[in-house]
Design a protein around this ligand. Structure first.
Ligand SMILES: Nc1ncnc2c1ncn2[C@@H]1O[C@H](COP(=O)(O)OP(=O)(O)OP(=O)(O)O)[C@@H](O)[C@H]1O
Length: 456
C-alpha cells in the first residue's frame, strides 16, 4: 500500500524530467494521480513548473484549487526559480516551493511536509471541537495556533475583547508537546498593583510588606516547567514591565523582600486587546519587552470578519452549554446574523444564554424566545440618521431629470454595494441582509456599475 497518495498537475513540457521525478516518487512509495481539467483537487498535491510556465495562469489555477477545497500544494520547479516567483506562488496559496534538481533530498522534503500536515490536521480537528468556527479565516487561525503550539516560541495573541484569546492560550498549553510539562498559570495583568512590587508575579517573603503574613510563591514559581499566561499584558504597569523583562532575560527573579535569586523556566504566552506596537511608539510599553514576548504573534479575527461562524457558534452554545437539541427557527438565525457584536463571541454567547433561559418546553427555539431587551431598536431604525442625506441625494437625482425607475435603480445599486462592502465581500451574507438572492448580487458584481450620483 502507498505511503501517501498525491495529486499532481504539470505546468511543464519537460516530459523526460517529469518522468524521472514520477519514477523516483513511486519508487519511494508515493501514489500519484493526475488532475484533469475542471477538477478541484482536495488533500495534498504537487504542481510541476518550469521557466516557461505562465505565472498568471498558474496563479489563477492555484486560486481556483484553494478557494473551495481543502488543498495543500507543493510547487516543484524543474529548474531554478526566481525569488519573486517563489513569493508569488506562496501568495497564491502554495504551501512549499523548491527546485527538484537543486536540493539534496527532494523526496524527503515532500515526505516531511506530508507527515507534518497529517499531524497538523489531526490537531486542527481536535481544536475545532473547542475553538468553534468553519470560516476560512478561522481555519487559517486554527492552523496557525497549532503551528505556534508545536514550536517552542513565546507567543503573543492579539485580538479584540471576546475573540477567544484566553481559550486559545489554554489550547496552546494543551497542545504543547513538552514531555512532563506542568500547569498553565494565568495572570490577569489588570489586577497587578505596582505598589506590591510584583508580588503576584515573583512571590514574597513573610513580612515583606503589610499583610505579607506568610511567605508565598508567585506566578513565575507556579508556572515553572509549565506555561505562564499573561492576560491583558498591555495593562502591565511600566515598573513591572522592567522587572518582568529582567526575569525573562535572565530566567531568574527574586521574591519581594528576599535577596535570593530563584530560577524559573516556563513557556510564556501573552494576550492583549491593545495594539502593543502603537503602545511602544507612545512609550507606554517597553520595546525590548515587546520583542522578548512576541516570538510568534497571532491575531484572532473579530466576529464581524467571520460572520459565517455565527450560526455554528450559536448551535454549539445551544447544544453544548444549554443541552438544547430542539431545532432553531430560521427567524432566530436571521436575527442573530443581522445583529452586530462589538463584544465578539462572548457577546453572542451571552445572547444565546438569554435566549436559552427564556426558552421553555419542547418546541423549537422561536423569535418569541428573544428577550425584549435584545430586540432591534425600531425607533432608531425608523428614524434613519442619514435620511436627510438620502433626501438630498434623491433631490439631486430629481433635479437631473431622473424618473422614479432610474432613481430606484440607482438607490438599489448603492444598497447592494454598501451591503457587499459591509459583509466584507461575502455575497451570501450581503444577500441575507438585503433579503434578496445571491444571484442578484453576483450580477451586480459582474456588472460593477459605478453608482453615479447621490452627490451635489
Ligand atoms: N471559537 C470559539 N468557540 C467556542 N467558544 C468561544 C470561541 N471563542 C470564544 N469563545 C467563548 O467566548 C468567551 C470569551 O472568550 P475569551 O475569554 O477566550 O475571550 P478573550 O479574547 O480572552 O476576551 P477578553 O479580551 O475580554 O479577556 C468565552 O466564554 C469562550 O469560551
Amino acid at each position: 500500500m502507498a505511503e501517501f497518495t498525491l495529486w499532481f498537475k504539470p505546468f511543464s513540457g519537460q516530459h523526460a524530467r517529469l518522468l524521472e521525478i514520477f519514477t523516483t516518487l513511486e519508487g519511494a512509495g508515493f501514489e500519484l494521480a493526475a488532475v484533469h481539467l475542471g477538477d478541484t483537487p482536495e488533500g495534498a498535491g504537487l504542481i510541476f513548473l518550469d521557466h516557461e510556465a505562465s505565472l498568471p495562469d498558474l496563479q489563477e489555477t492555484l486560486e481556483a484549487y484553494t478557494l473551495y477545497a481543502d488543498t495543500k500544494i507543493i510547487a516543484v520547479a524543474l529548474g531554478p526559480l526566481p525569488t519573486t516567483s517563489t513569493w508569488a506562488l506562496l501568495r497564491s496559496g502554495v504551501a512549499e516551493v523548491f527546485s527538484w534538481f537543486e536540493v539534496e533530498k527532494p523526496v524527503q522534503i515532500i515526505r516531511s511536509r506530508l507527515q507534518y500536515w497529517q499531524c497538523l490536521e489531526t490537531k486542527v480537528a481536535y481544536l475545532q471541537q473547542r475553538l468553534v468556527g468553519q470560516s476560512r479565516c478561522w481555519q487559517h487561525t486554527l492552523r496557525q495556533v497549532v503551528d505556534m503550539a508545536l514550536s517552542n516560541c513565546q507567543v503573543l495573541i492579539m485580538g479584540e475583547s471576546g475573540t477567544g484569546k484566553e481559550l486559545v492560550a489554554q489550547e496552546i498549553h494543551t497542545l504543547d508537546p513538552r514531555p512532563d510539562k506542568r500547569d498553565c498559570v494565568v495572570v490577569d495583568c489588570t489586577n497587578l498593583i505596582p505598589g506590591l512590587s510584583g508580588s503576584e508575579l515573583f512571590g514574597h517573603e513573610k513580612g515583606a510588606f503589610t499583610n505579607a503574613i506568610s511567605t508565598r510563591d508567585g506566578a513565575l514559581a507556579l508556572a515553572h516547567e509549565g506555561t505562564l499566561f499573561l492576560d491583558e499584558l498591555g495593562e502591565l504597569p511600566l515598573p513591572l514591565q522592567a522587572e518582568l523583562l529582567r526575569a525573562l532575560q535572565e530566567g531568574t527573579y527574586k521574591r519581594v523582600g528576599s535577596n535570593t535569586w530563584r530560577r524559573a523556566s516556563f513557556r510564556l504566552v501573552s494576550a492583549t486587546n491593545r495594539d502593543l506596537l502603537a503602545e511602544v511608539h507612545k512609550g507606554t510599553f517597553r520595546q525590548d519587552l515587546y520583542y522578548r514576548i512576541s516570538g510568534w504573534t497571532c491575531r484572532l479575527p473579530p466576529l464581524r470578519e467571520r460572520k459565517e461562524d455565527i450560526v455554528v457558534l450559536a448551535e454549539h452554545f445551544f447544544t453544548h452549554q444549554h443541552h438544547i437539541r430542539q431545532p432553531v427557527d430560521r427567524q432566530v438565525y436571521d436575527f442573530l446574523l443581522l445583529r452586530d457584536y462589538p463584544g465578539n463571541v462572548r457577546e453572542l454567547q451571552q445572547l444565546i444564554n438569554r435566549i436559552a433561559s427564556k426558552h421553555l418546553g419542547e418546541g423549537p427555539i422561536t423569535i418569541g424566545d428573544i428577550p425584549r431587551s435584545d430586540w432591534p431598536d425600531f425607533a432608531r431604525l425608523g428614524d434613519a440618521p442619514d435620511s436627510s442625506d438620502l433626501e438630498t441625494g434623491v433631490k439631486n437625482l430629481l433635479y437631473q431629470g431622473l424618473g422614479l425607475k432610474e432613481i430606484k435603480d440607482q438607490v438599489t445599486e448603492i444598497a447592494k454595494k454598501v451591503a457587499i462592502r459591509h459583509e466584507n465581500g461575502n455575497l451570501k451574507m450581503a444577500a441575507h441582509r438585503l433579503g434578496c438572492s445571491e444571484r442578484i448580487l453576483q450580477m451586480h458584481r459582474r456588472a460593477e456599475p459605478e453608482p453615479v450620483l447621490l452627490k451635489a
